[in-house]
Design a binder for this molecule. Structure first.
Ligand code: MTE
Length: 312
């Protein structure tokens, strides 16, 4: 079975055949020549390894981490982001931090790069589709940027918004929603404020000693290693502090399958498949999935008193 988020897209949207066919035809015409060009090779990015945040397992091959991707703005196929990623222009870029904050910010990407010392952290990434990778990310705690903006006492949640620009993300073109799995653009994700302030939550600017490749969410994304990968929004343009739980792209598309918390939990199956085990990219045997993706000692206390079975 092929596990694709698009399999769960609500029927009225996904089965809009006419729009899908028109869209697919347009893509063949429009994307023909440029689709072959690979994104430019990212330059080096210096960072200091942080020994507190590492896993024993060897990192996934760079080639796999940059060619087997989920980035539905480029299409639903794992190879689409690396094939089509060149259309994203990660510079110039700025990130707005606003909402319930005393000091709203608009940070140029160069300011984001300099806001704190860059660390290399080796994290496990567990996709809700039951595959996983080990990735050496480069970044610093998201809390650095949040604290700068000074969240007010009302702020309870953080919403992340990915760039919306159909010129840069082909699957966002109107009428092409079959290509983007039926997601509503822009892609949004969210965390509770204490989750966002947790030291593990990484504002991420690079990987494998390089600037973040386009297909992995250039120029800036978040990585939340104890949650399913879809929480880790790519190519972020806005970080908004809110009082209400933010709406999230996958929850809107399939609320019965993707919840707000989405903590990795081997005891709560996806409605259509087991989450007890996972396929580590590059390995043949399946591995057991760990509670909170192996980060339980650091994050379980965030959920004291909450029913983890219904947190999906
Ligand atoms: N962010 C955006 N904007 N669009 C997406 O489709 N996919 C998510 C997440 N962030 C996605 C996204 C999913 S399902 C996963 S598993 C990870 O990105 C994959 O990150 P990677 O390709 O760098 O491994």
């Amino acid at each position: 079975m092929r596990l694709k988020h698009s399999d769960v897209t609500p029927e009225p949207v996904y089965l809009n055949r006419r729009a899908f066919m028109v869209g697919a035809a347009a893509l063949v015409v429009a994307g023909g020549a440029s689709a072959a060009a690979a994104p430019p090779e990212p330059g080096p990015l210096k960072a200091t390894p942080n020994p507190t945040f590492r896993v024993e397992d060897p990192p996934t091959k760079y080639e796999s981490a940059t060619t087997y991707n989920n980035f539905y703005e480029f299409g639903t196929d794992k190879g689409d982001p690396s094939r089509r990623g060149h259309t994203l222009r990660p510079r110039p870029w700025s990130v707005v931090v606003d909402g319930l904050v005393a000091k709203p910010q608009r940070l140029d990407i160069d300011e984001v790069l300099k806001a704190a010392p860059l660390e290399e952290r080796i994290y496990a990434l567990r996709c809700v589709e039951a595959w996983s990778m080990i990735i050496p990310w480069i970044g610093y705690p998201l809390s650095v940027v949040l604290k700068r903006a000074e969240p007010t006492r009302k702020a309870k949640y953080v919403e992340f918004t990915t760039l919306k620009d159909p010129e840069q993300f082909p699957a966002q073109k109107p009428g092409l929603f079959g290509l983007g799995g039926g997601l509503d653009w822009p892609y949004t994700e969210g965390l509770r404020l204490d989750e966002a302030m947790h030291p593990l939550t990484l504002l991420t600017l690079g990987m494998y000693g390089k600037v973040l490749p386009n297909q992995n969410g250039a120029p800036v994304r978040v990585v939340i290693p104890w949650k399913y990968g879809f929480k880790s929004a790519k190519s972020i343009v806005r970080i908004r502090l809110t009082e209400e739980e933010p709406k999230t792209a996958w929850n809107k598309a399939a609320p019965q399958e993707y919840g707000f918390y989405s903590n990795v939990n081997p005891t709560v199956d996806h409605p259509r498949w087991s989450q007890a085990t996972e396929r580590r990219i590059g390995e043949f045997r399946r591995r057991k999935t760990l509670m909170f993706n192996g980060y339980a000692d650091q994050v379980a206390s965030l959920y004291t008193g909450m029913d983890l079975k219904t947190l999906y």
